[in-house]
Ligand binder design. Sequence first.
Ligand code: ADP
Length: 163
Amino acid sequence: MKEGFAIFPGSFDPPTYGHLNIVERASRIFKHVDVLVSTNSQKKSLFSTQERYQLMEKYCAPYANVNVISWRGLIVEYAREHDIRVIIRGLRPLSDFAYEFELAALNYQINNNVETLFIPTATKYSVLRSSSLKEMAALGVGLDAMAPAEVIDMLHEKLAAQK
Ligand code: ADP
């Protein structure tokens, strides 16, 4: 077992300050964090895998103990291959609980060497999610407090291209 190692998986479509807050807090607790940018074929993403990976890599660069990886397979498979026993998930009030509870139970069923640990979202990001960011961008709501300027610019470009 790789002691002090953890995985923080997500689609990060696109990355928000809510995600980055969890990365920062996880990096303070664990010796090493692998951020897994998932390529989930069932979910259609607005940002390509490469974009999501490159953005996360850039925003995680300040943390010397955080590594960003693009991953196609199951999270528990990555954990098994790399002998990592902790999965970190951010938890927003109400909306995340049922889904995250089921996902954690499912992952534990597949690999009971792996535990899911939750970090509660910072209050200011508690209603922030990537999908609502896209909706708010489409409505022209200011998003500066929610995601890096580069992400917001890319979001606007993508939405304009869809019109
Ligand atoms: P997925 O699409 O796999 O649910 P996301 O990319 O939406 O994943 O999020 C990845 C992780 O980041 C999840 O654990 C999610 O709960 C967490 N997360 C997303 N937004 C926030 C937020 N505003 N505050 C805290 N955690 C968050």
